[in-house]
Write a protein that binds this ligand. Sequence first.
Ligand SMILES: [Mg+2]
Length: 100
Amino acid sequence: MKSEALLQTKIIKFLRHEGRFVIKTQGGTPGTDTGTPDVITIYPDGRFIGLEIKRPDGKGVVSPEQNAVGKQIQRNQGLWYVIDNWEKFEEVWRDVTTLI
Ligand SMILES: [Mg+2]
């Protein structure tokens, strides 16, 4: 399994273990808009959280479509993050859980 997929699996497992509603999207497949975050979850206060997962070696590039979708989410009071390693995810999750 590729490193991005491994990171994504670990994040999804963590979120499901925490009891979060999680959608794993299938980027690049018919029916999924280009730029849709890889993982979508909802915080219990109703906030939409989109996670764009990138490979941990730092070589992953956020596409213009992904950035545009991220900005749309943020304009709508949602949260959107690019995650390229587990430590970054832990940091983001700490921020998310202390925002309420
Ligand atoms: Mg990705």
